[in-house]
Every structure is written in C-alpha cells, then in structure tokens.
Design a binder for this molecule. Structure first.
Ligand code: BGC
Length: 386
C-alpha cells in the first residue's frame, strides 16, 4: 500500500452549472430551443435553485472544500442592460452558503447558455458581443466580488463552438466553419475585455477560463495520424489559450477525452461510450506547464449510472494528477464533474455524472458509494493505492 500525498491546501470539490441543475430558467437559448423541440427541456432539473443549501451540506459531508457553480446570465440580465437585483441576491446567498460551509467558490460567468435578447442580436457572432458580455461580467463582480476570489469567465469555448457551429447539435445549431472560427475569436475577445474589467474592479480577483483539452495520440508509424494529432493538438488545445495567455491568472482544465488516430482498443468506456483513459490527464497537464500558471482541474468525470466505474475512474485520474505534480506541474485543485446528476445538454437527463444520484420525480438525493471513496481522498488529502 502506498500513500500519495497532495500538496497542502489542495482544493477538493465538485462542479455544476446553472442550466444543468437549477431548474426554472425559461429565458435563455436552450429553453427557447426546447420550446422549438430541437432539444429536450431542462424544466425544473434538480431544483438546485431552491435546494442548494442541502446540496452544499452534502458536499461538505463528503469532505469537499471547494465548489464550482455558474451564474445564469439570463437571470442576472433578463433584458438588455437591465439587471435583476433579485438574481444578484440569490447568487449572494449561494456564495454565502458556500462560505459558511468552508467551500471555496469558483464562480463561472458563462456556462454555454445565453439570454434570448443576446442571441437575438446574433450572440457571439455579433461584433459587439464582447462589450455585452463584459458589461454583464463587470456587473456581477461589482456586486458579488467580495464573496468569491475565483472567477471563470467562459466555460469550454471549443466545445461550445464545436457543438453549436460545426456539428450543429446545440444552439444556434449551425454548421459553418467560417462562423465557427469567428465565434472562437470573439469569445477570446470577450474573455480579454472581461478580464480587464474584473481586474480593474479588484486586482486580487483570480480570473481564468475553463478549457477542455484533449489528449491526442496516434501510432508512431501512422504518419497521417501523427500530422492530424499535431494539428488538432495545436488548434484544439492551444489556439485559445495562446490568445488569452497574458490575461489569465490560472488555467481551469476540463479533461474528458482521449483521441487516438488509428485503431486502439479501450478496456473501459463510460455510459456515453467515451473511452476512459486516465494517463491522458497527465499528458495534457504536462503540456500546460509551459503557460507557467497555477492549474485547477475544473472538471473531470464520467457518466456511470450504475456507479460501477466511478470510484476507480477518480482514483486512476488522481494517480496521474499526482504524478504530474511530482514532475513540477502546479496543480492546486480537483473538481469532479458533477456534484449532482444533471441535464446533460443534447443528451437530456439520461447520462448520470453525479457523485449524488438525483431522483427527478421526487428530487430525492442519494449519495453514491463512489462519492464516499472520493470523500476519503478529500478528507485525508491523499490517495491510497494498493
Ligand atoms: C461541460 C459540462 C458537461 C460535461 C459532461 C463539459 O463539457 O462543461 O457542462 O456536462 O462536460 O459532458
């Protein structure tokens, strides 16, 4: 038996996002798409909007000391330029509830969903989108900046543009490479402007993005595969990060995917048929070292309704995170996706990512066995391996 110790002060927690768990959001692009029957409706979801205190109690009982959640832009700015004090008060209470339980908040300002007024103006295709977005970010931080230190402006710019502008599965359901590239660039500008506004309001705020990076691989002998691997790695993993390089205080890493060009056999896949490949997190972490910024793993998780693979999944990924730390990568926290089962975008409520199972009929919460395995690591700040 070996004990792998994590650095003192390491943050342990889990993540959610507003539209996926809160319920009752009708004025954003996803709710609109559900009314048009293009995606299913999130409806009341897990009703986390009302049950957050009890959910944070559970997170605390699981030994967590950090929590990532998102603020719904459509609640805060339901009409262009008109901010809702009620929404701000709600999120103030959410932040206070986290603080009261010793959970360090990571507040995401945009996790894929936008107010309808904004999408009617073209969303992030509009040249002025960075102004709209940064005005909202500035407003939130001016109101709530005393309650959180870590702010994530944008969640996964690449997944959003890929799903919304290349594959056409998510709002605005387009398949247009020129727009895809334009929107990535606009998102980078939106981050830069927001970063500057937030830092002017309070230079102590720690501002970054949550970036989905993949582990690309190919057989040594497959020259085409190698070429694709190099290109995709540069474009998917580093293009956006390079654009905002001087304007991020930390890197938030969301790790889910390993892509091997050419055939490869995977022993394990999750319920969405995504290969499980824990060494990939080590590879992407090592590559992020060059940015010389602290790294927080802002998401890592799997859909596993039967909870058969989750415990092992978490341990194996953490084993590789630990290895990266030994080799000098400045990883300071790990936030499992997700605290609760939730609305998994175009897949609806089917996939179960939660440490906590949610019964969508009764809203009852049940802690899954793997959550206790993770809790052991969180509480002891170390990973026991056999
Ligand atoms: C997103 C989450 C999503 C998770 C699992 C990430 O891409 O940030 O919103 O639920 O992956 O697919």
């Amino acid at each position: 038996m070996e004990n792998l110790k994590f650095p003192e002060g390491f943050l342990w927690g889990s993540a959610t996002s507003s539209y996926q768990v809160e319920g009752g959001i009708e004025n954003n692009d996803w709710a609109q798409a559900a009314r048009e029957r293009k995606v299913s409706s999130a409806g009341r979801a897990t009703d986390h909007y009302h049950l957050y205190e009890q959910d944070f109690d559970l997170a605390k009982s699981l030994g967590q000391n950090a929590h990532r959640f998102s603020i719904e832009w459509a609640r805060v700015e339901p009409e262009e330029g008109k901010f809702s004090q009620e929404a701000i008060e709600h999120y103030r209470k959410v932040l206070e509830a986290l603080q009261a339980r010793g959970l360090e908040p990571f507040a995401t300002l945009w996790h894929f969903t936008s107010p309808i007024w904004f999408t009617e103006k073209g969303g992030f295709e509009n040249k002025k989108a960075p102004e709209f977005f940064s005005r909202y970010c500035g407003y939130v931080v001016s109101q709530l900046g005393d309650k959180a230190r870590f702010w994530i402006t944008i969640n996964e710019p690449n997944i959003y543009t890929d799903q919304g502008y290349r594959q056409g599965n998510w709002p605005p359901f387009k398949k247009n490479i020129l727009k895809y590239i334009k929107v990535i660039k606009t998102l980078a500008r939106a981050h830069l402007m927001s970063y500057n506004i937030i830092k002017t309001l309070n230079p102590k705020m720690q501002v970054g993005i949550a970036k989905n990076n993949m582990d690309f691989d190919s057989s040594k002998f497959n020259l085409i595969g190698r070429g694709v691997q190099i290109f995709r790695n540069k474009f998917w993993n580093h293009y956006f990060l390079k654009k905002i390089e001087a304007h991020q205080d930390f890197i938030g890493l969301n790790y889910y995917f390993h892509k091997h060009f050419g055939y490869k056999f995977y022993e394990q896949k999750n319920d969405l048929n995504w290969p499980i490949f824990p060494p990939g997190i080590y590879h992407v972490l090592k590559e992020l070292m060059k940015y010389k910024k602290p790294i927080y793993i802002t998401e890592n998780g799997l859909a596993d309704a039967k909870d058969e693979k989750r415990g092992k999944f978490i341990k194996e990924h953490l084993r590789w995170v630990w290895q990266a730390i030994q080799e000098g990568v400045d990883v300071r926290g790990y936030l499992y996706w997700s605290l609760l089962d939730n609305f998994e975008w175009a897949h609806g409520f089917g996939p179960r990512f939660g440490l906590i199972e949610v019964n969508y009929e009764t809203l009852e919460r049940r802690i899954r066995p793997s959550a206790w395995e993770y809790a052991k690591i969180c509480k002891s700040n170390q990973l026991e391996i056999n």
